[in-house]
Design a protein around this ligand. Sequence first.
Ligand SMILES: [Zn+2]
Length: 302
Amino acid sequence: MTNWHLGVDLGASTYKCGLISPEWKIVARNEAPTRALDGAAQAADRIAEHVRALISQLPNDAQISCIGICSPGPLDHKTGMIVDPPNLTGWRNVPFAQMLSERVGLPVSLEHDAKAAALGEFHFGAGRGATSMALIIVGTGIGAAMLVDGKLYRGAHDAAGEVGHITVDLDGPICTCGSQGCVEAYAGGPAIVNAYNYSTRRGVESAEAIVRAANDGDEIAQRVFRRAGRALGAAIATLAMLNDIDTFVLFGSVVKAGELLLAPARDAVPHYSHKSISSRVKIVVGELGNDAGILGAAWEEK
Ligand SMILES: [Zn+2]
């Protein structure tokens, strides 16, 4: 018998399932809307159906011993409990791994989506060959997952990686978390939109529109991204010094700004860190997109 894998990336708007060969290639996939408001039990029913559809495509000599699923946090990896995610409304203390396991008749492991994406990029994507890597998701919020010496770093309460709330300015703007001067208050999508609208007195609604403006030569838009990139670079410098991480893989909607964000982030790292450390820092964009979560959820750490 050959050992195959199956990963599920449960997001706020859609879930994506992938059947993975022993060579870690996704060979079949399906997806559907999460419809979180219908409740966790209904979502588990529908995901189980999609998982069974993929299992039915297994070759004769193949087996799956465990299914991996990742979802937005906070969650408890050990118990498989989704705790209280802001993006899955009403899903409070849901034993989702157990619910899915009962429906498909296989063990299920639950992982935080950022940690799963980090495992995916580390083993199969932009982090291949690194020994220590951080995956930083820059979207509405900023979060991260870190692999130190090849292992996920979880911390005492599985809550490590709140990179978005590293303070980069003691007197900076108030952040949604209640603190001030957080990276997220400069480089999160809403922060970029607010900073641009404040300076231009316009009512632009998305960071994407500001990317287009910057690419069309709008100097205020370019300045907003320079500041966001510098804040991100300062946080990366901090992580590099703290954990000796050299590979930083960026992910998320704001990263679509490309070099507008990445170039000032790269320039900021040597400015805000020890030279011997900054010279080794590499900042790259994730290679796997949605597949990172599917592959990482299915990966079982030894
Ligand atoms: Zn904050």
